[in-house]
Design a protein around this ligand. Structure first.
Ligand code: ZN
Length: 325
């Protein structure tokens, strides 16, 4: 059976290399249909895979050769599991109303460009991303992209069984390289190159603004966390609300540098005194002498979601950070 599939692959030689590879990894050949294990069989195969994998690792650790019979079985188990995933992929496409079959689907998974990066996605996603790119580039206007571009891709097409990525319908962008996104953590720094120092400084300002303006400690705000809501769609909307609230708080925060706002600042400092672990007085909060005199204009708010005012403004302020710390 496997031999037939190999012949079929050779015949498919006129297909460009990238797509031929995707066909090999994602599309179930007719010749392999009868070899596809049932789900029950697949579960047993996965258990066996785990055992063989452990054996192989143990052998490598002891610098002993892996038993050739085990190696052959390992290859076969891998092949069978992958056939199941390919079959599942075909069924999922069909179950979602795609009637042209996986071969046609994966013909439309090819290299595309997004913000200067090459990605391998289905045409349907490529079209959406092209739209998003237009909107994004219009929004940033003449602003210069950071070194390495606005975004970098860390994952696009994955093997069958790996969610939307395996259909060419998902792409992971290294958000940490985009100054408009803030996730201060060693993990993000390591995985995406997001400068921890910069992000932490921005996060600290957000925390101070949220405390002084909304009266919420960082622990109460949990800025980096999604709102506690089980409904996915609602949670997404609530996330935007949360961002907007913090964005507005930041805007108010920066207005407090104005000497005419001294009474307002004093009142706020008094109101949050019990929550301020740093025990700051009004003098310790941003004042006209320590804040930059000029900055970018406040964010424009539109009634449409998602609201991007917050992130844009944060980015614009990330340069004079040192004077705000
Ligand atoms: Zn992903």
């Amino acid at each position: 059976m496997a031999g037939n599939a190999s012949v079929a692959r050779l015949i498919a030689g006129s297909i460009p290399a990238v797509q031929r590879d995707i066909k090999d990894t994602h599309v179930l050949e007719e010749a392999d249909e009868t070899d596809v294990p049932t789900w029950e069989e697949t579960q047993a195969l996965q258990t066996e895979w785990g055992e063989l994998n452990a054996k192989k690792k143990a052998a490598a650790k002891k610098k002993e050769p892996f038993d050739p019979a085990d190696e052959a079985r390992f290859t076969e188990v891998n092949r069978l599991i992958s056939l199941r995933f390919k079959k599942d992929t075909a069924m999922t496409l069909e179950g979602n109303g795609y009637k042209d079959g996986p071969a046609k689907w994966y013909e439309d998974v090819k290299d595309a460009k997004f913000l200067g990066q090459t990605i391998t996605v289905h045409q349907k996603l490529a079209d959406k991303l092209a739209e998003a790119e237009k909107v994004f580039l219009k929004a940033v206007g003449t602003e210069k992209a950071p070194a390495g571009g606005w975004t970098r891709v860390s994952s696009d097409l994955r093997g069958p069984g790996q969610g939307l990525h395996s259909y060419g319908l998902a792409v992971d962008l290294k958000g940490g390289t985009n100054p408009y996104l803030v996730t201060p953590s060693k993990t993000s720094q390591g995985a995406t190159g997001e400068p921890l120092k910069r992000s932490q400084a921005i996060q600290d300002i957000i925390d101070r603004a949220v405390l002084l303006v909304l009266g919420k400690t960082p622990d109460e705000e949990k800025f980096g966390e999604a709102p506690a809501e089980t409904d996915k769609a609602k949670r997404a909307m609530l996330s935007y609300d949360k961002l907007e609230e913090a964005s507005n708080a930041l805007e108010t925060y920066f207005t407090l540098v104005d000497p005419t706002k001294k009474a307002d600042l004093d009142a706020r400092v008094t109101a949050i005194a019990a929550k301020d672990t740093a025990n700051r007085t009004a003098d310790d909060w941003p004042s006209p002498t320590t804040e930059p005199r000029s900055g970018p204009s406040p964010p424009r708010r539109t009634g449409r979601r998602p609201r991007r005012a917050f992130s844009i403004w944060i980015a614009a302020w990330s340069r004079p950070l040192s004077v705000l710390a």
